[in-house]
Design a protein around this ligand. Structure first.
Ligand code: AMP
Ligand code: MN
Ligand code: MN
Ligand code: MN
Length: 288
């Protein structure tokens, strides 16, 4: 089977491996084409591209943009973006600027409502890219300090709405995120739609609004979806004229799903990667 994974993270955002290590792991797992989609930053793509060239793997330049829509955080993946596009770069830089101030508020809230002090310094220490401190860095610090046994439990007790360490934050708009992705030549995809707590009406509004802005795809197979949810999102993709994507959302060995280790898309889905010329060598090796 052609193995394509269109969602993963390096230590440029909240992954644990360097971009080159992520690519090496993908190659070892039998992945033919990989999108590196770090949160709100494209600084890892050059190194990933170099590693992909050496490993004979096709790298798709990507990003995962944090958006506020309908009162919730929604993640929009950009695929085949141009990381050098000035409009995209400026938009991402603006999002990153908000993260430091947010991290201080998260830390203050952990101290005030759970008596946990020093979280900002702790999380900051775990972030390789100091502009990209996020909840996963807080989560790893909380685990290492013994406040929870693993990352999953952290997010059940801390850092999520209603729990210590959660603060409201206004990310960018859906319109901006889709606009920057498209302006840089990329394709916008709604990440892990099953993670949001929208009701059916709100889900439909999101898909409609996204489509109207020029969004083209939705993740159907992701590490965030239970297999019982795949069919629902495949059906919604078809009903709303969206293409389907597949990505593990890999962050670190032992955390969640590994790169490329996911089921195939349901056969009736139209894959986001259909017709991408850079994939042609994988289908006709004699022309490579
Ligand atoms: P942030 O962008 O700083 O809000 O951090 C969001 C990241 O936290 C996501 O990309 C995931 O890596 C992680 N995360 C959020 N919720 C969970 C969860 N329930 N379990 C595991 N990781 C989570
Ligand atoms: Mn993440
Ligand atoms: Mn996400
Ligand atoms: Mn992700």
């Amino acid at each position: 089977m052609f193995n394509i994974d269109l969602h993963c993270h390096s230590n440029v955002s909240d992954g644990m491996l360097s971009p080159a290590e992520v690519v090496a792991r993908a190659a070892a797992n039998g992945v033919h084409a990989l999108a590196l989609t770090d949160h709100d930053d494209v600084a890892g793509i050059a190194a990933a591209q170099e590693a992909a060239d050496a490993a004979g793997l096709t790298l798709i330049p990507g990003v995962e943009i944090s958006v506020t829509w309908g009162g919730q955080t929604v993640h929009i993946v950009g695929l085949r973006i141009d990381p050098a596009h000035p409009g995209l770069a400026a938009g991402l830089a603006e999002i990153r600027r908000g993260r430091i101030e947010r991290a201080r508020r998260m830390s203050d809230d952990l101290a005030r409502s759970a008596g946990i002090v020093g979280a900002y310094e702790g999380a900051y220490d775990y972030a390789v890219n100091k502009q990209m401190v996020g909840r996963t860095h807080f989560a790893r610090w909380l685990v290492d300090r013994g406040h929870a046994p693993d990352i999953r439990s952290v997010f059940r007790r801390y850092l999520t709405r209603g729990n210590p360490g959660y603060v409201e934050h206004e990310w960018t708009s859906l319109e901006n995120a889709v606009g920057w992705i498209r302006a840089s030549g990329g394709m916008a995809v709604i990440a892990h739609p099953g993670r949001y707590t929208f009701n059916a009406r709100e889900q439909h509004l999101l898909l409609d609004a996204f489509r109207a802005l020029g969004g083209e795809g939705i993740e159907v197979i992701t590490g965030s979806h239970h297999p019982s949810e795949y069919g629902k999102w495949a059906d919604l993709a078809r009903a709303f004229g969206l293409k389907a994507s597949r990505g593990a959302d890999f962050h670190a060995p032992g955390e969640g799903v590994d790169i490329g280790r996911l089921p195939a898309l349901p056969h009736y889905c139209q894959p986001v990667w259909q017709g991408w010329p850079e994939l042609a060598p994988h289908f006709s090796p004699s022309l490579a």
